[in-house]
Design a protein around this ligand. Sequence first.
Ligand SMILES: Nc1ncnc2c1ncn2[C@@H]1O[C@H](COP(=O)(O)OP(=O)(O)OP(=O)(O)O)[C@@H](O)[C@H]1O
Ligand SMILES: [Mg+2]
Length: 259
Amino acid sequence: MMSFVTIENISHVYIKQATTLLALEEINLAIQQGEFISFLGPSGCGKSTLLSIISGLLKPTFGSVKLEGERVVKPSKHIGHMFQQDFLLPWKTIEENSWLGHKIMGTLDASIKEEVHQLLAAMGLGDVYKKYPHELSGGMRQRVALVRTIAVKPKLVLLDEAFSALDVVTKLQLENMTQHILEKHQMTSILVTHDFQEAIAMSDRVVLLHHNPGRIRKIFEVPIELRRLDPVDARNHYMFTELSQEIWEALNRDGTATA
Ligand SMILES: Nc1ncnc2c1ncn2[C@@H]1O[C@H](COP(=O)(O)OP(=O)(O)OP(=O)(O)O)[C@@H](O)[C@H]1O
Ligand SMILES: [Mg+2]
């Protein structure tokens, strides 16, 4: 069976003046439609680089990425990429930032505006449509960036540390809301994180990366019992504790523990 996303033999070298850095080496991964995958690994292991390659923003030195059998060579509306920084436009309101993708594609109309309002409301942003980014907290801005990413209904959603830099309560709420929205729209997703508990709570599979060079170290399947639960509830399940220990040990063995 053809996979939804195929990452084939990706290696990436950064060249800066006289120095070269092998950021990624021989990454292979097949992702099924509707799957939620996390890339887990320490700072500098190439997570953001890999996401940029998957989204078509960065051309890999070797290898290829395919979405539904088609080679990804440039960014497109089929792949939504939420960056590590939120990149909201300060001179545009929250609603304008949220429907920016449609505006750029020329598909913005009254029904899209209504849909975007509903997404904002579902994310607890129902009363800030007309505000500007600087009037919002960091967690709220991240939610806006998330709404903007999924508003164009991409087939594949890439989330680069979408929930980092948030207090624990906000983080857990946002994980829950995000999972509901992604499931409702049946989107395939890849989350980059260095929080292994977040990775377990959200994902179907957790891909653990090495650094120097960035390689896949191990792939963990999250048990079905945990996948069925909301991220907040999953954390209270005994299987969550077991998998946490397993991943924690792998991180430590590797000398790459960060959390
Ligand atoms: N444009 C660039 N030019 C040269 N080197 C780069 C560039 N971007 C990233 N790197 C290097 O490539 C490696 C991987 O970087 P990357 O940003 O992909 O890591 P990351 O896993 O996302 O890290 P973090 O968790 O800190 O966000 C790092 O050593 C980084 O310094
Ligand atoms: Mg990064």
